[in-house]
Design a protein around this ligand. Structure first.
Ligand code: HEC
Length: 107
């Protein structure tokens, strides 16, 4: 019994791990890294800054990526980010969730 519980746990942990990896892979493959770095502001705000603005608001972050929300991090540069929403809008719900979780992991 104990063994069963343990192996169930490790499967859950592995699943959680690959989920985070997916978000990171998506962030890279969709070209987001061209403007967003982990800790430094470049063309776009750092992931750290975005994570702080959306702390505890994953649903709002997903809404923004679906084109249903307003920019809260750097509204003055919204026009630069707007075309990128065409990319994220086309993504599946589970992909957007992974992407949002990856962004929010930058605390
Ligand atoms: C051409 C440069 C560029 C690319 C590529 C880019 N971004 Fe951005 N992004 C920006 C800029 C500039 C801002 C600041 C304006 C704003 O806050 O909307 C921003 C802001 C954001 C925000 C904060 C939104 C808010 O509420 O203010 C999120 C989340 C975000 N980007 C996610 C992404 C994701 C995911 C991708 C990849 C699909 C991506 N960005 C690709 C330039 C870019």
């Amino acid at each position: 019994m104990k063994k069963l519980v343990l192996s169930t746990l490790s499967v859950a942990v592995m699943a959680a791990g690959s989920f985070a990896a997916d978000g990171k892979a998506l962030f890279q493959s969709k070209g987001c890294t061209a403007c967003h770095q982990a800790a430094a502001d470049t063309v776009g705000p750092s992931l750290k800054k975005i994570a702080a603005a959306y702390a505890g608001k994953e649903a709002n972050l997903i809404k923004f990526l679906k084109g249903q929300g307003k920019a809260v991090v750097d509204p003055a540069k919204e026009a630069v980010m707007k075309p990128q929403i065409n990319t994220t809008k086309a993504m599946k719900d589970d992909e957007l969730k992974a992407l949002a979780e990856f962004i929010l992991s930058h605390k």
